[in-house]
Design a protein. Structure first.
Length: 80
């Protein structure tokens, strides 16, 4: 039971980090880790965000090579 909760929290953290990576890629805004005074915690935060970047890159590469996704001609969602 404790292992299941640990895995659940790890997956949740990876999803949160991936969403933050997607926000950074689409808008250019990212969390400012330079405001964290403790270098150990800042390093953990940077690693956490790095995991999201890696997961986002893997998902993007999968989508590009998949027949289930196509590039949209408009920047946003279309109603057709």
């Amino acid at each position: 039971m404790a292992i299941g909760k640990l895995v659940h929290y790890a997956v949740d953290a990876a999803l949160l980090s991936t969403v933050l990576a997607g926000v950074r890629r689409s808008s250019g805004f990212s969390p400012d880790t330079s405001g964290i005074s403790d270098p150990t915690i800042r390093g953990v935060a940077d690693k956490f965000l790095g995991v999201g970047e890696t997961v986002f890159d893997m998902l993007q590469g999968t989508a590009v090579n998949s027949s289930y996704f196509k590039r949209s001609t408009t920047g946003g969602s279309s109603s057709s």
